[in-house]
Ligand binder design. Structure first.
Ligand code: C2O
Length: 555
């Protein structure tokens, strides 16, 4: 584990291009960075400036997002297509330049255009400026990135586009992967299964990243326990567990001591299907890697861990709610005065099939996803951030603070009674939420008004938020407020909102720009499950969005 003390400029070139890979017995051409999938790991020290020259040699439009990076005064580098930038077209380049200041830990980067991130993703590791001595736990002997992902037999962008045309649901993945490899349980995958060689008695720092587009995971290593020390690049109080639960967009830093009898042990991940068996189609398979003790013969059969059941919500909820922050001197504390209170329903509704939508039924319309009955659509020509910078009033900034109609979310008839459903009046629209610079925003995410009540990983760009409380059923303010953790709540950039329940998050909007908030199941984003915060400029020079870089892509 290496550390460097001085602030530096860390420069990388990302060539985004075609790469031929063989998985599941077949050869495919995918889009990848620098001929690697997962792409290159970026290491920086807190306070460094990261400069990535993205060169698009691929046949598709692309952008890169730096998931979890604050992007303080550098919104131009955030990356979501049509939110902060136009995509980089084939043959074009864009240099992402930003400071990585005030945060450290395990983050990642991924494409933010259509479903391109299925193959365009990698780890972003931010080390403490003070070196290993600045870690709030004893420095482990070795670290290993564990990127959980998906493999699709088809080109994911083509799959999504075809679903728009046909009106049917897009396919799901054909395998889950650990560091790009499906692992032993899939056809033709044994030879390339990811292996972590360990030495008895040493401690391993597993930087686990869920880069999948449609799977929350249970992750275990047979015969070993974990001490969770961080999530989403924020330190937690050490939490002992034999299973890690991780939603798309989240990261978990888990320490693992090689203290089992020398042998071979599977590490394995399989999905947590929060919606239950009646939910939407998902890949149900298990991906594996191998923890191999250096002293043993590699041919002995690895031991398989007993993974939680696919529908084990109690285990998922235990992990997701038991974490608390390790609050150190100087860390931000929970703001107690709230300027903007929002109640946001994660909902579904019917919208017209035209323009072409997937999940289209020609007589009833197309299923959509929404927040407060607004199904998000991307702007056609001008990214939101360009409108922000130029003070253009071309977008509505009246995203509702409450749903237009209140439901008893525990009443199953809300999901099945057409009369109740029609009350939802879901509209496809652009409605941003405008907030003042430095406003404290509290959001109740109520996740029950959608068929199957699936657990949705809601990700907020630019801001970490405090997770004050989570629960099941209807949100009841009186009961919930007394349960708020205002002392050491976990801090995240992606919250897995309980299936059939709610979560309360709070953050300070201390960065001017336009910041996406959306479900990190990418199919749900395509269905409209998102909105964006338009954070106004402040009054001081260090609270005003600077001009775009000279090579900022035109649409
Ligand atoms: Cu990890 Cu908007 O994304």
């Amino acid at each position: 584990i290496g550390f460097v003390a001085d602030a530096a400029i860390v420069e990388h070139t990302f060539r985004v291009g075609n790469l031929t890979l063989t998985r599941l017995c077949e050869e495919r051409v995918v889009t990848a960075v620098n001929d690697q999938m997962p792409g290159p790991t970026i290491y920086v020290n807190e306070g460094d400036t990261l400069v990535v020259h993205a060169i698009n040699e691929s046949p598709t439009n692309m952008t890169i997002h730096w998931h979890g990076v604050y992007q303080r005064l550098s919104a131009w580098a955030d990356g979501p297509n049509m939110v902060t930038q136009c995509s980089v077209r084939p043959g074009n380049n864009y240099t992402y330049r930003f400071n990585v200041t005030g945060q450290e830990g395990t983050l990642w980067w991924h494409a933010h255009f259509s479903l391109l991130r299925v193959t365009v993703y990698g780890a972003l590791i931010i080390r403490p400026r003070g070196g290993a001595a600045a870690l709030p736990f004893s420095p482990p002997d070795q670290e290993a990135n564990i990127l959980l992902g998906e493999w699709w037999n088809g080109n994911p962008i083509d799959v999504l586009n075809a679903a728009y045309v046909s009106g049917s649901a897009p396919n799901v993945s054909d395998a889950f992967t650990i560091n790009g490899q499906p692992g032993d349980l899939y056809n033709c995958s044994k030879k390339h299964t990811y292996k972590l060689e360990v030495v008895s008695g040493k401690t391993y720092w597993l930087r686990i990243i869920n880069a999948a587009v449609n799977g929350q995971f249970f992750f275990k290593v047979a015969g070993h326990n974990f001490t969770v020390v961080a999530v989403d690049a924020t330190y937690t109080k050490p939490y002992e567990t034999d299973v890690v639960v991780i939603a798309p967009g989240q990261t978990v830093d888990a320490l693992m001591v090689a203290n089992a009898a020398p042998g071979n042990y599977y590490m394995a991940a399989r999905p947590y299907i929060s919606a239950g068996p009646e939910g939407p189609p998902v890949d149900l398979s298990t991906t594996t890697g191998i923890v191999k003790y250096a002293s043993v013969n590699s041919s002995s059969a690895p031991v398989m861990p007993a993974l939680p059941g696919l529908y084990d919500t109690p285990t998922a909820h235990r992990f997701y709610t038991n974490l608390t922050a390790l609050v150190r001197p100087g860390d931000p504390t929970v703001p107690l005065d709230v300027d903007e209170k929002m109640f946001v329903t994660i909902g579904s509704g019917i919208v017209p099939c035209s323009p072409p939508q997937f999940l289209c039924n020609k007589t009833t319309g197309s299923a959509s996803a929404s927040m407060n009955n607004v199904s998000f659509v991307f702007p056609p020509t001008t990214p939101f951030l360009v409108a922000h910078y130029n003070n253009l009033s071309i977008y509505k900034t009246d995203f509702p603070d409450n749903p237009p109609v209140f439901f008893d979310f525990t009443n199953p008839a809300v999901n099945t009674d057409p009369a109740l459903r029609s009350l939802r009046n879901t509209v496809q629209d652009i409605r941003l939420k405008k907030v003042k610079y430095n406003a404290t925003v509290e959001i109740v995410l109520q996740n029950t008004a959608i068929e199957g009540a699936e657990n949705h990983p809601i990700h907020l760009h630019s801001f970490n938020f405090f997770v004050l409380a989570q629960g099941f059923g209807n949100y009841n303010a009186t009961a919930a407020v007394s349960s708020f953790n205002l002392v050491d709540p976990q801090v995240r950039n992606t919250i897995a909102v309980p299936a059939g329940g709610w979560a309360v998050i709070r953050f300070v909007a201390n960065n001017p720009g336009v910041w996406f908030m959306h479900c990190h199941f990418d199919i749900h984003l395509a269905l409209g499950l998102g909105t964006a915060f338009w954070v106004e400029n402040g009054n001081t020079p260090d609270s005003i969005l600077p001009p775009p870089p000279p090579d900022y892509p035109a649409c």
